[in-house]
Design a binder for this molecule. Sequence first.
Ligand code: LLP
Length: 404
Amino acid sequence: MQYKKKNFYVENISTEKLARKFNTPLYCYSYLKLKNNIINFKNHFKKINPLICFSVKSNSNIKILREIKNLDCGADVVSMGEMMKVLKAGINTKKIVFSGVGKTYSELEYAINKNILLINVESRSELLVVEKIGKLKKKKIDIGIRLNPNINAKTLQQISTGKKENKFGVTEKEFLKLVKHAKLSKSLKLKCLSVHIGSQIFSHKPYEKMLKVIDKLIKQTNHKFEFVDLGGGMGISYEKNNKKLNLKIYNSLINKFLKKNSCKIIFEPGRSIIADTGILISKIIYIKKNKNKNFVILDAAMNDLMRPALYGAKHQIIPSKKNKKITNKIFEFVGPICESTDKFLTTKKFQNIREGELIIICDVGAYGMSLSSNYNLRTLPAEILVKNSKIQVIKSRQKLSDII
Ligand code: LLP
């Protein structure tokens, strides 16, 4: 995705053309970028040869999931809906892991009936429910236990998951007790230790600490874990400041760990695979000047892209068509929703823009469409995928009649 002369292109199709054809706001993904991301990810961890279970919560479009399946990935799911969707997308059941603190009886039963690779339990109560279902079905269920390693992932508080005050996983002490229970159970087969300490992580240090904790704990259990599921969380540089996780170091830390513990590594990446494959094209409805800034009111809003309002996330905004008239006016890009947090970005350096023109919000492939809603009774945007010079509508624009 790049400029060719003045116009921004997704592969070989200009965003101007896409907007004319499909209207705005419009989510648009590049297949080539997705493919390259997965290839790069695999190359970084070649020696480890992990099972990559794409974290479906980051993007659950079925056409995207099919492409991901064809690029040889599995799925990390957190609900019955996600599980049904990845099965519909054709992902092999032996490449599906099920995470989440509140899996219901019927969700667990469904997963057990489908014989998925692992149910990563997150509490004693959940483990007992899985055991009960196993007993009723006279089956031995493959499980993992999610550890809360009490590690500060040094990321946003809202997306940190591995500290003891977070609801996820079990403490080391409880982990050891549950391992003992599972080993004695006729209905459970303990195959995995799983962790996920948070999202948008830049430093390898929390991962280093996490691996140390896991290593120590595995020794204490004296159990042979077939899998260690390290979750996702690899950060990307939204602000284009080159801040991103050094995968080379992470890879060498894992290799060191594997020398002491022979097991298959599972990763559950979401953002690092899909975030920069997607853009959101939006039209400027109005520009409203007040004393010291210009509100650029877009036809995209927080219901289409929630991250800025929810986490103060900063997604770059760029023009769809470049001109040379850079101004030092202050522009605040906002949506039409009746909330003051419905704003995307404030910038002091942008080109001169006019009502009716198009802008692009970058890196929205992860937690963009999947976090969207009908707030203010606004319809969900369309999604398109550009693949080999062809445009596919992978989700049609929702109609007002669908929601009224
Ligand atoms: N595995 C588990 C168990 C998770 O909870 C998550 C994300 C992932 C994997 C994938 O993490 P990733 O590789 O994408 O960082 N909505 C927030 C992010 C929430 C992440 C929730 N869990 C955002 O837009 O930043």
